[in-house]
Design a protein around this ligand. Structure first.
Ligand code: ATP
Length: 468
């Protein structure tokens, strides 16, 4: 019944997002800003639901997890230690004619799609030099068909400065990922809590990257929200492969069950030895079939003790762990599942988008717990005060437990149409019968089936349906 990703275009999602108030281009009145978007009333709710569901599943409901909230601006040495200052690079190529710049791996992949080769080329596995050779050998051109210059490394950290006096400013970076705030707080967390290995620390917050590739809507933006976990363990007493698998299962379960995404639109992709970072022993990407291809949604990497060791070296602080049973002192290893909240939002919109041609409507078949509003309440007619008054009391009853919206404009058909498009799973109508027997009509978004429910039972009924 659901529309497959192949027949869905990104343009449809962009248009619906703007039309209904999910996502607007940033600074729209000034012509926008490259790869930057604002979230409107519905987008803000959807983001909040995704963020809260992630926090609840990954932190609140687990005994072995805690959360933190570290700063966007960290001590600049953090980024030297983490390798971001020297190696957080994207390969960049420049069109010789238009001087437009593209991410080299993306430009090569796009060219290969229209110029299929008999040899198997794994673009993700190529280094800067190999990309340069390939561009020369295959005469790869820019998307505009012009020659391109050899690829160069381009650091994608955003720089700023603390202080106002010229010459006395301290250069700082807007964080390129949230994870480093977890590593730099490792000793604080350990010393202030009763945690013992294995345990994990998660956080959600803004990250910034000076991305080169544009035009992928909220899939890739300069400013975005990340939800990252560092799961610390002792490699001598914990089987990392089993732990890695259990995190993969947690990720898969969150996406398919908690968020209700269709499993056939997802797949795991293992990084090859060439693609994987030198400190990583294993990396997988959970990919989703976006309208522009199978792309990374959520990455998971076994980063060994690399990060903590780097911070020990650069800070001079002891970040080791003492096993309370054996007294053995060692630096814990980590498994890192890292996802972008905005990418999850884009996936949720794509996965839910359904053109119900039989009933001439567009429906966002979002899981009820994810939908911006879980119910809409309408008085059948807005000029009948007794209906409006009753509807207001129903609204205030239901809104104590659920996210509810109010609509009294136009006819009932138009209201249903509008609620279907924003994914509201249940519409509650207060009509003349309500005044007689205290029941309301509840209409189901997907099946369009309507049932009568008694007002005193309404909140319980809706709560149960939302959690189904
Ligand atoms: P990509 O290969 O797409 O650039 P990455 O491998 O650099 O991503 P990570 O550093 O592993 O990404 O970041 C973890 C997660 O953060 C990604 O899986 C993605 O969901 C999200 N993310 C990364 N960069 C962006 C961005 N520019 N905009 C939105 N989300 C992002």
């Amino acid at each position: 019944m659901s529309q497959t990703s192949s027949s869905l275009t990104l343009e449809k999602i962009i248009a619906l997002s703007k039309r209904r108030g999910f996502i607007f281009p940033t600074s729209d009145i000034y012509g926008g800003l490259v790869s930057s978007y604002d979230y409107g009333p519905l987008g803000a709710e959807l983001l909040r639901h995704i963020r809260n569901l992630w926090w609840e599943a990954m932190i609140t409901r687990r005994q072995d997890m805690v959360g933190i909230d570290s700063q966007i601006l960290l001590h600049p040495q953090t980024w030297v230690a983490s390798g971001h200052v020297n190696a957080f690079n994207d390969p960049l190529v420049e069109d010789k004619v238009t001087h437009k710049r593209y991410r080299a791996d993306h430009a090569i992949s796009a060219w290969l799609e229209t110029h299929p080769q008999t040899e198997d080329i794994q673009v993700e596995a190529l280094n800067l030099e190999q990309m340069g050779e390939l561009i020369l050998r295959l005469k790869i051109t820019s998307p505009e068909g012009n020659e391109i210059l050899p690829p160069k490394a381009f650091n994608i950290m955003f720089q700023s400065a603390i202080g106002v006096v010229e010459g006395d400013k301290m250069p700082v970076y807007l964080r390129g990922e949230t994870a480093q705030g977890i590593f730099t707080n490792f000793a604080n967390i350990l010393n202030s809590s009763r945690l013992q290995l294995p345990f994990g620390v998660g956080q959600v917050g803004k990250s910034f990257r000076n991305e080169i590739t544009t035009g992928q809507f909220v899939f890739r933006t300069l400013e975005f929200e990340q939800a990252e976990i560092e799961y610390f363990f002792d490699p001598e007493s914990t089987d990392w492969q089993a732990l890695f698998k259990s995190w993969q299962d947690a990720m898969w379960g969150f996406i398919t069950e908690t968020l209700g995404i269709q499993p056939e639109h997802l797949r795991w992709r293992r990084h090859s030895d060439q693609e994987r970072s030198f400190y990583s022993k294993e990396t997988y990407d959970l990919e989703y079939a976006f309208p522009f291809g199978m792309k990374e949604l959520w990455g998971i990497a076994y980063r060994t003790d690399y990060d903590l060791k780097q911070h020990i070296e650069f800070s001079g602080h002891d970040l080791s762990y003492t096993d309370p049973k054996t007294g053995r002192v060692f630096v814990p290893h980590v498994i890192e599942p890292a996802v972008g909240i905005n990418r999850i939002l884009l996936m949720a919109l794509c996965d839910a988008y359904w053109e119900d041609t039989q009933n001439s409507r567009v429906v966002l078949r979002l899981k009820p717990s994810l939908a911006p509003y879980q119910a809409a309440v309408f008085p059948l007619l807005k000029n009948k005060p007794e209906l409006v008054e009753k509807a207001r009391s129903v609204f205030s009853q239901v809104s104590r437990k659920l996210a509810v919206t109010w609509d009294e404009r136009g006819n009932i058909g138009k209201r249903y149409y509008a609620q279907d498009e924003i994914g509201t799973p249940f519409c509650v109508t207060i009509d003349f019968q309500t005044l007689e027997d205290n029941t309301v009509t509840v209409r189901d978004r997907d099946s369009m089936i309507q049932v009568r429910v008694a007002v005193p039972e309404l909140t319980g009924y809706l709560l149960q349906r939302v959690e189904e």
